[in-house]
Design a protein around this ligand. Structure first.
Ligand code: GLP
Length: 243
């Protein structure tokens, strides 16, 4: 596990984008695992800027998103499919057929999750980007999730619903209670994993993640023994660390 400490959100977004651009340049047909939430927005802005200025191409890139809320149509402005198109896919030359986000409105969610896992099995992820929830969740793998879990239908905890209400007019009632999420085992199968963490609200979980032994109580800590795992944290997120 490598920890890179940076000054602030802008620096984090630039460094993380450069790592991703480098990976895409080295392997133009790379399979990327992508994340949503507020944290990667700046990173995606930098990818778009780089595409416009330097022409890094995504034509041969395949992507798999970590998760999707159950019950939200792709056109819903808080669906992760909408988020990805709005923040990244609509602004680069990626091929729509190569883009994968679990479907939150299929007739059979359990089957949808199985199919998604199968598709990832057939297209192993080279580079997985992730963020972290205030309770340590990755994707929507909440505390207590097994290290070998695969893509499945998951229940959001009250703390995650409360944290994500800010994206739903501040109204917890509007936040879906279930999602389809890659499992921790799915994420661990990626060849390289990059976790980006920003802001004071994450300082407590960062301390647990970095200073305590790996445990199911902090899902992100189950990545600590991955052979190619990097964490980028800004000063605010690192503010409670002993050193
Ligand atoms: C959601 C997503 C996670 C994300 C987390 C943190 O719950 N499922 O993938 O990491 O939010 O989001 P933010 O970056 O907005 O703090």
């Amino acid at each position: 596990m490598e920890v890179i400490k940076v000054k602030d959100y802008n620096e984090l977004s630039e460094i993380a984008a450069n790592i991703m651009i480098d990976a895409v340049t080295k392997k133009p047909n790379i399979t990327l695992g992508l994340a949503t939430g507020g944290t990667p927005v700046g990173l995606y802005e930098n990818l778009v800027k780089d595409y416009q200025n330097n022409g890094t191409s995504y034509k041969e890139v395949t992507t798999f998103n970590l998760d999707e809320y159950i019950g939200l149509e792709k056109t819903h402005d808080q669906s992760y499919s909408f988020f990805m198109h709005d923040n990244l896919f609509d602004h680069i030359d990626i091929t729509e057929e190569n883009v994968h986000v679990p479907c939150g409105t299929s007739a059979d969610h359990i089957q949808e999750a199985k199919n998604y896992e199968q598709l990832i099995d057939e297209n192993p992820i080279d580079f997985q980007l992730i963020g972290i929830g205030v309770n340590g969740h990755i994707g929507f793998n909440e505390p207590g999730t097994h290290i070998n879990s695969v893509t499945s239908v998951v229940q959001l905890t009250d703390s995650t619903i409360e944290a994500n209400a800010r994206y739903f007019e501040g109204n917890e009632q509007l936040v879906p209670t279930k999602a389809i999420s890659m499992g921790i085992g799915t994420i661990r199968n990626a060849k390289q994993i990059l976790l980006i963490i920003t802001g004071l609200s994450k300082a407590k979980i960062v301390k647990q993640l970095i200073e305590d032994p790996a445990s199911e109580d902090v899902p992100a800590s189950l990545l600590k023994d991955h052979p190619n795992f990097t964490i980028i944290i800004d000063e605010e997120a690192a503010s409670l660390l002993d050193k």
